[in-house]
Design a protein around this ligand. Structure first.
Ligand code: GLN
Length: 460
């Protein structure tokens, strides 16, 4: 069997076999195999043989785009995202739309209107979020790579929980055209792969300038560096704020072991400080809801998706009925918080302050990278995958799951998560953070980690 069709068949079988994960919102076996057969009639591209899972907040022509929300049930986009167009042009086929926290708001994939996604190794646990469906499908081996999105860590955090590679590019590296907006100053399409090479190849295909997105950088697509073994001359910073005294000892051990390997490979390890790290979670949870409250105003029952209400009353009654029926609790919470922090009396106290704090967080990164640090190494998450239900009723506990990932989104720099070991069978992720547009270097350092650290071995 030729390549695309073989990959598509494996993915379709895997989706069937792993139904219990509830990682998939939409899939059509027949259409997938037909698309793959068509790909096989064309000359092979760099992604020929790749069946891709796509987070359901990225617009596709093949499937509806629901954002995991009732408010977009059955909604079909009239166009597809630039990232999708490019992946398909390179030979990829879209295996399915994957589950997510509603409108990408969450850290566990429990806030989806289509039910929670299960962790692929332990169904009582969460796969992380909000791109949990994509992460679980890659970890279960259903697909080799997937697209997700990041506003505040939603690819790196589930990548760490599921033991796969996740890369969040620099803001502007990848077009946002066709990614449903959540926090526009933070949002990026981001990638998962089983290996650093797969994730890097997918990222290079979807990156580069796009006339449909004015915030996309005027740069050529990313060119990955050749694999390296020797890190002589590379300075890796270890930021003390990411290794607090109460850090999970197994996660600390996994990180120390990885840093020791990097040193053996020739890298210089330098202790550094990013003093405003502690401001990141509160800052993020002002800015992201503020932007969300504005972006989600468009879902009103008139322009997209189903319409609710009895048809009597004024347009406000229609909005109330549609939004009341369509949005789940976390999305409502964000809209209320966002509207509040933007309101006339509180704008300076919250939104204005958060913007100032965001600038300080960015300055921390600029300073360490200006002082000769090539990349920072940190844990991706403060704990391995947690139990379903553990944080779902405690929004602040859920928000704190983003503590090591969301500073990066505020600063707009690139970062990735790579598996660095396991504890009790659960994966642990190590994070590399670099200066703007340093993805190629981050990928090459991650490749060294991948070759020297057994990401599937127990740490303890
Ligand atoms: N946990 C973050 C949030 O809930 C992550 C969002 C994201 O990156 N899409 O906002």
């Amino acid at each position: 069997m030729s390549t695309a069709l073989a990959a598509a068949t494996r993915a379709a079988d895997g989706i069937e076999k792993h139904r219990d994960l509830n990682a998939v919102i939409a899939h059509d076996r027949h259409a997938l195999l037909a698309a793959a057969a068509a790909v096989d009639t064309r000359p092979a591209g760099v992604l020929t043989g790749l069946a891709l899972a796509v987070k359901d907040n990225i617009c596709t022509l093949e499937y509806p785009t629901t954002c995991g929300s009732r408010i977009l049930e059955g909604y079909r986009s009239p166009y597809e995202a630039t990232a999708i167009k490019r992946a398909k042009a390179a030979g990829a086929v879209i295996a399915c739309k994957s589950n997510l926290d509603e409108f990408a708001m969450g850290a566990s994939t429990e806030y989806s209107a289509y039910g929670r996604t299960h962790h692929p190794f332990d169904p009582s646990r969460v796969p992380g979020g909000s791109s949990g469906g994509s992460a679980a499908l890659v970890a279960a081996g259903v697909v080799q790579a997937a697209l997700g999105s990041e506003t505040g860590g939603s690819v790196r955090q589930p990548a760490a929980f599921c033991g796969v590679v996740g890369i969040k590019p620099t803001y502007g590296r990848v077009s946002r055209y066709g990614l449903v907006a959540f926090g526009s100053s933070l949002d990026q399409i981001a990638v998962f792969g089983r290996t650093v090479l797969q994730a890097g190849t997918l990222l290079s295909v979807i990156s580069g300038r796009d006339q449909h997105d004015a915030t996309c950088a005027d740069l050529d697509p990313l060119t990955p560096e050749p694999a390296r073994k020797d890190l002589t001359g590379v300075v890796i910073g270890k930021p003390r704020e990411y290794f607090p005294a109460d850090l999970d000892p197994v996660i600390r051990k996994a990180c120390d072991r990885t840093l020791a390997r990097l040193k053996e490979a020739g890298a210089t390890i330098r202790e550094v400080s990013l003093p405003h790290t502690g401001l990141a979670v509160p800052t993020y949870y002002v800015i992201a809801p503020a932007e969300a409250s504005s972006n989600l105003a468009r879902f009103d029952g008139v322009r997209y998706g189903p319409r609710h209400g009895d048809g009597r009353g004024d347009v406000r009654a229609l909005y109330r009925a549609t939004r009341g029926a369509g949005f789940g609790p976390e999305v409502r919470r964000r809209i209320i918080i966002g509207t509040y922090v933007l309101s006339a009396g509180y704008y300076d106290a919250y939104y204005g302050k958060a913007q100032a704090a965001r600038a300080l967080i960015r300055q921390d990164f600029d300073r360490v990278f200006g002082e000769g640090v090539d990349a920072l190494f940190t844990p991706t998450t403060p704990s391995p995958a947690f139990k379903a239900g553990e944080k779902v009723d405690d929004p602040v506990a859920m928000y704190l799951a983003d503590i090591f990932v969301c500073p990066v989104n505020l600063a707009r720099v690139p970062a990735l998560s790579v598996p660095i070991g396991r504890t009790g069978g659960l994966p642990i992720g190590g994070q590399l953070i670099g200066p703007d547009f340093s993805e190629a270097r981050l990928l090459s350092v991650a490749g060294v980690i991948e070759s020297l650290v057994d990401g599937t071995a127990e740490v303890a």
